[in-house]
Ligand binder design. Structure first.
Ligand code: UDP
Ligand code: MG
Length: 138
Protein backbone atom coordinates (compact mmCIF):
# COMPACT_ATOMS: atom_id res chain seq x y z
CA UNK A 1 0.00 0.00 0.00
CA UNK A 2 1.29 3.39 -1.02
CA UNK A 3 0.28 6.86 0.19
CA UNK A 4 0.14 10.18 -1.63
CA UNK A 5 -0.81 13.73 -0.74
CA UNK A 6 -3.68 15.31 -2.64
CA UNK A 7 -4.76 18.94 -2.42
CA UNK A 8 -7.94 20.43 -3.81
CA UNK A 9 -6.52 23.88 -4.55
CA UNK A 10 -8.32 27.19 -3.85
CA UNK A 11 -9.83 27.26 -7.36
CA UNK A 12 -11.29 23.78 -6.90
CA UNK A 13 -12.86 24.76 -3.58
CA UNK A 14 -14.20 28.06 -5.02
CA UNK A 15 -15.74 26.23 -7.98
CA UNK A 16 -17.60 23.85 -5.67
CA UNK A 17 -15.70 20.77 -6.81
CA UNK A 18 -14.80 19.20 -3.45
CA UNK A 19 -17.54 16.59 -3.74
CA UNK A 20 -16.83 15.77 -7.39
CA UNK A 21 -13.15 15.24 -6.75
CA UNK A 22 -13.61 13.13 -3.62
CA UNK A 23 -16.21 11.05 -5.50
CA UNK A 24 -13.70 10.47 -8.29
CA UNK A 25 -11.08 9.28 -5.80
CA UNK A 26 -13.57 6.91 -4.18
CA UNK A 27 -14.69 5.56 -7.56
CA UNK A 28 -11.07 4.95 -8.39
CA UNK A 29 -10.84 2.80 -5.25
CA UNK A 30 -8.47 5.08 -3.37
CA UNK A 31 -8.85 4.98 0.40
CA UNK A 32 -9.01 8.39 2.06
CA UNK A 33 -6.71 7.96 5.05
CA UNK A 34 -6.81 11.59 6.23
CA UNK A 35 -8.57 14.80 5.24
CA UNK A 36 -8.97 18.39 6.41
CA UNK A 37 -9.67 21.89 5.16
CA UNK A 38 -7.07 24.56 5.85
CA UNK A 39 -6.21 28.07 4.64
CA UNK A 40 -2.47 28.40 4.19
CA UNK A 41 -0.72 31.70 4.68
CA UNK A 42 1.96 32.81 2.22
CA UNK A 43 4.82 31.39 4.33
CA UNK A 44 3.12 28.00 4.63
CA UNK A 45 2.50 27.86 0.88
CA UNK A 46 6.14 28.81 0.26
CA UNK A 47 7.29 26.01 2.55
CA UNK A 48 5.12 23.48 0.79
CA UNK A 49 6.40 24.49 -2.66
CA UNK A 50 10.01 25.14 -1.56
CA UNK A 51 11.19 22.74 -4.30
CA UNK A 52 10.01 25.35 -6.82
CA UNK A 53 11.54 28.40 -5.09
CA UNK A 54 13.78 29.29 -8.02
CA UNK A 55 11.03 28.99 -10.64
CA UNK A 56 9.56 32.12 -12.24
CA UNK A 57 6.06 31.05 -11.20
CA UNK A 58 6.91 30.57 -7.48
CA UNK A 59 5.64 33.93 -6.20
CA UNK A 60 2.41 33.83 -8.16
CA UNK A 61 1.85 30.15 -7.30
CA UNK A 62 2.27 30.72 -3.57
CA UNK A 63 -0.02 33.79 -3.73
CA UNK A 64 -2.62 31.57 -5.40
CA UNK A 65 -2.20 28.70 -2.95
CA UNK A 66 -2.70 31.08 -0.02
CA UNK A 67 -5.68 32.87 -1.62
CA UNK A 68 -8.35 30.67 -0.03
CA UNK A 69 -9.09 27.39 1.70
CA UNK A 70 -7.84 24.08 0.34
CA UNK A 71 -8.72 20.47 1.14
CA UNK A 72 -5.70 18.31 1.91
CA UNK A 73 -5.99 14.54 1.83
CA UNK A 74 -3.87 11.46 2.25
CA UNK A 75 -4.87 8.88 -0.35
CA UNK A 76 -3.91 5.26 0.01
CA UNK A 77 -3.83 2.41 -2.48
CA UNK A 78 -1.72 0.29 -4.78
CA UNK A 79 0.40 2.52 -7.01
CA UNK A 80 -1.68 5.50 -5.82
CA UNK A 81 1.00 8.11 -6.55
CA UNK A 82 1.06 7.32 -10.27
CA UNK A 83 -2.65 6.56 -10.53
CA UNK A 84 -3.57 9.86 -8.88
CA UNK A 85 -1.25 11.74 -11.26
CA UNK A 86 -3.01 10.03 -14.17
CA UNK A 87 -6.45 11.04 -12.94
CA UNK A 88 -5.24 14.61 -12.37
CA UNK A 89 -3.85 14.99 -15.89
CA UNK A 90 -0.95 17.12 -17.13
CA UNK A 91 0.02 20.27 -15.22
CA UNK A 92 -1.19 22.43 -18.11
CA UNK A 93 -4.89 21.67 -18.66
CA UNK A 94 -4.47 22.40 -22.37
CA UNK A 95 -2.17 19.35 -22.53
CA UNK A 96 -4.20 17.16 -20.17
CA UNK A 97 -5.95 14.06 -21.50
CA UNK A 98 -9.73 13.90 -21.83
CA UNK A 99 -11.49 12.82 -18.67
CA UNK A 100 -8.75 14.04 -16.34
CA UNK A 101 -9.63 16.43 -13.51
CA UNK A 102 -7.45 19.21 -14.89
CA UNK A 103 -8.81 18.82 -18.42
CA UNK A 104 -12.38 18.94 -17.15
CA UNK A 105 -12.13 21.76 -14.63
CA UNK A 106 -8.87 23.76 -14.76
CA UNK A 107 -8.60 27.28 -16.19
CA UNK A 108 -4.83 27.47 -16.74
CA UNK A 109 -1.43 26.01 -15.86
CA UNK A 110 -1.35 27.73 -12.46
CA UNK A 111 -4.95 27.37 -11.37
CA UNK A 112 -5.18 23.68 -12.08
CA UNK A 113 -7.56 22.45 -9.35
CA UNK A 114 -5.50 19.67 -7.77
CA UNK A 115 -2.06 18.82 -6.45
CA UNK A 116 -0.67 15.29 -6.21
CA UNK A 117 2.71 14.06 -4.97
CA UNK A 118 4.99 12.92 -7.79
CA UNK A 119 7.20 10.30 -6.08
CA UNK A 120 7.47 8.31 -2.83
CA UNK A 121 9.99 10.72 -1.25
CA UNK A 122 7.93 13.80 -2.08
CA UNK A 123 4.77 12.06 -0.84
CA UNK A 124 6.47 11.42 2.49
CA UNK A 125 7.55 15.05 2.87
CA UNK A 126 4.21 16.44 1.71
CA UNK A 127 2.10 14.19 3.96
CA UNK A 128 4.21 15.10 6.99
CA UNK A 129 3.89 18.80 6.07
CA UNK A 130 0.16 18.64 6.86
CA UNK A 131 -0.52 15.57 8.98
CA UNK A 132 0.97 13.88 12.01
CA UNK A 133 0.74 10.12 12.40
CA UNK A 134 -2.27 10.33 14.77
CA UNK A 135 -4.28 12.10 12.05
CA UNK A 136 -3.83 9.33 9.49
CA UNK A 137 -6.19 6.36 9.70
CA UNK A 138 -4.37 3.06 9.63
N1 UDP B 1 2.79 26.00 -12.19
C1 UDP B 1 2.64 27.25 -12.77
N2 UDP B 1 3.28 27.48 -13.97
C2 UDP B 1 4.04 26.56 -14.60
C3 UDP B 1 4.19 25.29 -14.00
C4 UDP B 1 3.54 25.05 -12.79
O1 UDP B 1 1.98 28.12 -12.23
O2 UDP B 1 4.58 26.82 -15.67
C5 UDP B 1 2.11 25.73 -10.91
C6 UDP B 1 0.91 24.79 -11.06
O3 UDP B 1 -0.10 25.19 -10.12
C7 UDP B 1 1.51 23.46 -10.70
C8 UDP B 1 2.48 23.85 -9.59
O4 UDP B 1 3.01 25.10 -10.02
O5 UDP B 1 0.54 22.53 -10.31
C9 UDP B 1 3.60 22.89 -9.34
O6 UDP B 1 4.28 22.66 -10.55
P1 UDP B 1 4.70 21.18 -10.97
O7 UDP B 1 5.62 21.31 -12.13
O8 UDP B 1 5.18 20.44 -9.78
O9 UDP B 1 3.32 20.57 -11.52
P2 UDP B 1 2.38 19.43 -10.91
O10 UDP B 1 3.26 18.44 -10.20
O11 UDP B 1 1.41 20.10 -9.97
O12 UDP B 1 1.69 18.84 -12.10
MG1 MG C 1 4.67 18.74 -8.73
Amino acid sequence: MERTLSIIKPDGVKKGLIGEIIKRFEQEGFKIAAMKMIWMNKKQAEGFYAVHKDKPFYNSLTDFMSSGPVVVMVLEGDNVIKRNREIMGATDPKKAADGTIRKMYADNVEQNIVHGSDAPETAKFEISYFFNSLEIVD
